[in-house]
Design a protein around this ligand. Structure first.
Ligand SMILES: NC(=O)c1ccc[n+]([C@@H]2O[C@H](COP(=O)([O-])OP(=O)(O)OC[C@H]3O[C@@H](n4cnc5c(N)ncnc54)[C@H](OP(=O)(O)O)[C@@H]3O)[C@@H](O)[C@H]2O)c1
Length: 251
C-alpha cells in the first residue's frame, strides 16, 4: 500500500497499459482518475476494478487533443479529490503512415494527443500537487530512437515528449516533483492492431528478444510504481526502457 491516501491520474486508462497502471495504483492504495475519449464502457470497467480494490475512481471523458477538456478534467479532479499526487500520461494516438504519406492533419493530431497534452496536463497537475511533492510519468516508446515502419508521427511525438520530461524534471525539482518517462517495448494491446504489417514486425521483434517473451502491461506498471515511490526520489528526467533487452546493441 505504497500510495495510500494519494490520488493518481492516468490518461488513457480505459484500455491497454493505462488500464493496468490504473488498477495497479489502486491496488497499492491510490484513488484513481480514469481518463478516456471514446470507450466509456471500458473506462467504467476500469473504475469498477479500482472500486473492487477498495479505492475511489473518478471517470473523466476528456480528449487530450483539446486544451479546454484537459483543463476541465483537472477542475473536476480538484472538486472531487482536491489534489493530485501522481500524473501519468498514457493516452496516445497516431497517424500510422510512412513519412512521405504523412499529412499535416495527422501530424498535428498525433503531436496534440501525445505531446502537447503532456505540457498542458502537467502544468495543471502541478497546481494540484501538495507541498510534499509528487510524481509525473510519460509513457514513451523506443520508437522515439528507433525506426519502425509507419511509426514516424508517433516516434517523433515521443522524442519530443522525452525532451519535455527532462525540462520538467529540472524545473519542477524545487517543487519536489520527479518526472520521468518509460519507454516500453511492444506490448500486445489494441494499439498494435492499427499498424499495417504488425504481425511481421512482432514476429521479428519476438525473435530478437533476449528475454524470450514479450513485454506486458504489468512490466510497465512495476516500473511506474517504483518511479512514483520514495525509493526513486533521485531518478529524475530519465527515459527508462522496459523492453526485455530487445534494443541492446548485440554483437
Ligand atoms: N502497446 C505498445 O506496444 C506500446 C509500446 C510502447 C509504448 N506504448 C505507449 O503506452 C501508452 C498506452 O499504449 P496502449 O498500447 O496501451 O494503447 P491503447 O491500448 O491503444 O489505449 C489507448 C488509450 O488512450 C486513450 N486515448 C487515445 N486517444 C485519446 C485522446 N485523444 N484523449 C484521451 N484518451 C485517448 C484510449 O481511450 P479510448 O479507450 O476512449 O479510446 C485508451 O485508453 C501509449 O502512450 C503508447 O504510446 C505502447
Amino acid at each position: 500500500m505504497r500510495f495510500a491516501g494519494k490520488v493518481a491520474c492516468v490518461t488513457g486508462s480505459s484500455r491497454g497499459i493505462g488500464h493496468r497502471l490504473a488498477v495497479r495504483f489502486a491496488e497499492e492504495g491510490a484513488d484513481v482518475v480514469v481518463n478516456y475519449v471514446r470507450n466509456g464502457e471500458a473506462a467504467r470497467k476500469t473504475a469498477a476494478e479500482i472500486e473492487a480494490a477498495g479505492r475511489r475512481a473518478l471517470v473523466v471523458r476528456a480528449n487530450m487533443a483539446d486544451e479546454t477538456k484537459i483543463k476541465e478534467m483537472f477542475n473536476q479532479i480538484k472538486t472531487v479529490f482536491g489534489r493530485v499526487d501522481i500524473f501519468i500520461h498514457g493516452a496516445a494516438s497516431g497517424r500510422n503512415r510512412s513519412t512521405m504519406e504523412l499529412d499535416t492533419k495527422g501530424w498535428d493530431w498525433t503531436l496534440s494527443v501525445n505531446t502537447r497534452a503532456f505540457l498542458i496536463a502537467v502544468q495543471q497537475a502541478v497546481r494540484l500537487m501538495p507541498e510534499e511533492g509528487g510524481s509525473v510519468i510519460a509513457l514513451s516508446s523506443f520508437g522515439a530512437d528507433y525506426v519502425f515502419p509507419y511509426y514516424a508521427s508517433v516516434g517523433a511525438s515521443k522524442a519530443a515528449l522525452e525532451s519535455l520530461v527532462r525540462y520538467f524534471a529540472v524545473e519542477l525539482a524545487e517543487r519536489k516533483i520527479n518526472v520521468n518517462a518509460i519507454a516500453a517495448g511492444a506490448v500486445y494491446t489494441d494499439a498494435l492492431k492499427h499498424f499495417p504489417e504488425m504481425e511481421q514486425t512482432i514476429k521479428h521483434l519476438k525473435a530478437k528478444m533476449p528475454s524470450g517473451r514479450m513485454v506486458n502491461a504489468d512490466d510497465v506498471a512495476n516500473l511506474a510504481l517504483f518511479l512514483c515511490s520514495k525509493e526513486a526520489e533521485m531518478i529524475r528526467g530519465q527515459t527508462i526502457r522496459v523492453d526485455g533487452g530487445v534494443t541492446l546493441p548485440l554483437v
